[in-house]
Design a protein around this ligand. Structure first.
Ligand SMILES: C[S@@+](CC[C@H](N)C(=O)[O-])C[C@H]1O[C@@H](n2cnc3c(N)ncnc32)[C@H](O)[C@@H]1O
Length: 364
């Protein structure tokens, strides 16, 4: 995962920066929870330097959006309370393959804009990149006052090992993710991997977050108990169908398809709550569900199905391309997404994109 997963970099047509309106809408919808958590933390004594981290920052307009929000909320609140405003130290984390160059090239313009919007008393704001997996330690002990992550924690640290066992792998026939036809053992292996990863994530952050520090985490999830429901699986089923068609056309070997599984999981709120309680370092302050229509990939504009399918294909490609390329090769990408668009456009089903936003407080 660490070597292979990266969103499409740069700012071209296929880039994540240009195809992340859905994630940006989700981010805006999580703002009330984020704002509350930041304002609550302003009630206590703020340190002279507030240290925050955005985990899975990627590159593009969403990268600085949250940092702008958090720092502006704190600055404005301090001005209202007649307190001196803190300095800010911001760590932007992602996997090493992330396009950090694009992020840092846009930094001076962004810092100027923040000063302009907030006034000359704002800052300073020190920004550093931290390449590495959030399933490992990233920061020194008790240094973080605020942790944010959006649209990232649904990525697992690895494909469940039962599915990649060389001697006797579990086979998820014709599929690339959990589906209605998946054997129960496949579904269990995904849940087990998610539990392990989420619990490890909490433990690692519990070491890095200062007492009473906050985390606001938004990630894809589900509201139905059944992990094979369309809510979680429909788009992956369209993709699986597109791959099957490429197998039928001789463009992809059947064995290649059978050995590809997406390291991704959409948890149910109860699965999240159970892991937070079991790990024990954080109090769950809020858990909210964000449900967005598929039009969110069109910026909320209701379009015809074929147009939405095209936008959805670009959004999915910007996120998954690196992994598909690594397993299946470059040549299948265009035919795969062409077929995906046809399959989605020809269907009439529609489900909502569900995300969960959780606000956590580090116990003292
Ligand atoms: C869909 S993007 C979300 C980007 C941005 N936060 C947003 O809301 O638009 C998910 C990001 O999570 C990163 N990611 C996935 N697994 C990660 C891990 N284990 N450690 C650090 N970053 C990870 C990916 O590389 C990717 O840039």
């Amino acid at each position: 995962m660490e070597q292979i997963l990266s969103m499409n970099g740069g700012s071209g047509e296929q880039s994540y920066a240009n195809n992340s309106i859905g994630q940006s809408t989700c981010l805006s919808r999580s703002m009330p929870v984020l704002k509350q958590a930041v304002l609550d933390s302003c009630c206590t004594n703020l340190p002279e330097t507030v240290t925050m981290a955005d985990l899975g920052c990627s590159s593009g307009p969403n990268t600085f959006y949250v940092v702008s929000e958090i720092t502006s909320i704190i600055y404005k609140r301090c001005c209202q309370l007649g307190r001196s405003a803190p300095e800010f130290r911001v760590f932007l984390n992602d996997l090493p393959g992330n396009d950090f160059n694009t992020v840092f090239q846009s930094l001076p313009a962004y810092q100027g804009k923040l000063r302009e919007e907030n006034g000359p008393g704002f800052g300073p704001l020190y920004v550093a990149g931290v390449p590495g997996s959030f399933y490992g330690r990233l920061f020194p002990l008790k240094t973080l006052h605020f942790v944010h992550s959006s649209s990232s924690l649904h990525w697992l640290s690895q494909v469940p090992p039962e599915l990649t066992d060389k001697a006797n792998p579990l086979i998820n026939k014709w599929k690339i993710f959990i589906s209605k036809t998946s054997p129960p053992a496949v579904i269990n292996s995904y849940l087990t991997q998610f539990r392990k990863d989420f619990s490890l994530f909490l433990k690692l952050r519990s070491e890095e977050v200062a007492p009473e520090g906050r985390m606001v985490l938004t990630f894809r999830g589900r509201t139905t108990a059944d992990p094979t429901s369309d809510e979680s699986c429909l788009l992956w089923d369209y993709l699986g169908q597109a791959f099957q068609d490429l197998v039928a056309e001789g463009l992809v070997e059947e064995e290649r398809l059978d050995t590809y599984n997406t390291p991704y999981y959409e948890p149910h709120p109860e699965e999240i709550q159970a892991e937070i309680e079991k790990e024990g370092s954080f109090t769950l302050d809020r858990l909210e569900v964000i449900a967005l229509p598929w039009d969110s990939v069109n910026g909320g504009i209701k379009d015809d199905r074929a147009t939405t399918a095209k936008r959805m294909a670009k959004a999915i490609r910007a996120v998954n391309e690196s992994m598909f390329r690594s397993h299946f090769g470059e040549d299948i990408l265009d035919p795969l997404f062409h077929r995906f668009i046809e399959i989605m456009a020809a269907d009439t089903k529609e489900v909502e994109h569900v995300s969960l936003v959780i606000s956590l407080i580090r116990k003292t």
